[in-house]
Design a protein around this ligand. Structure first.
Ligand SMILES: [Cu+2]
Length: 81
């Protein structure tokens, strides 16, 4: 059931992709603020930084849904959400 909801959410995100164009920079800013306060391990921070870079690259490539997902994953790693 949870999987079903998640794939429905993913489908909506993909369909609404252009509407997310402005979300990525917002999340990146939130991430940078959260990173400076994060007490996550060095390892998790490194993983989060890699995901953030990936998210930024995908944002620039116009893949906003994927970008938002990577950035949110990065936020989770550093306890930012
Ligand atoms: Cu974007």
């Amino acid at each position: 059931m949870k999987k079903l909801i998640l794939s429905a959410v993913a489908a909506i995100l993909l369909a609404a992709s252009p509407a997310y164009a402005g979300s990525c920079p917002k999340i990146m800013k939130q991430f940078d603020a959260a990173m400076s306060k994060s007490s996550a391990s060095v390892e998790d921070k490194a993983k989060a930084m890699a995901l953030r870079a990936e998210g930024e690259a995908m944002h620039k490539a116009g893949k906003h849904a994927e970008s938002v997902k990577a950035l949110n994953d990065a936020m989770k790693l550093i306890g930012g959400m």
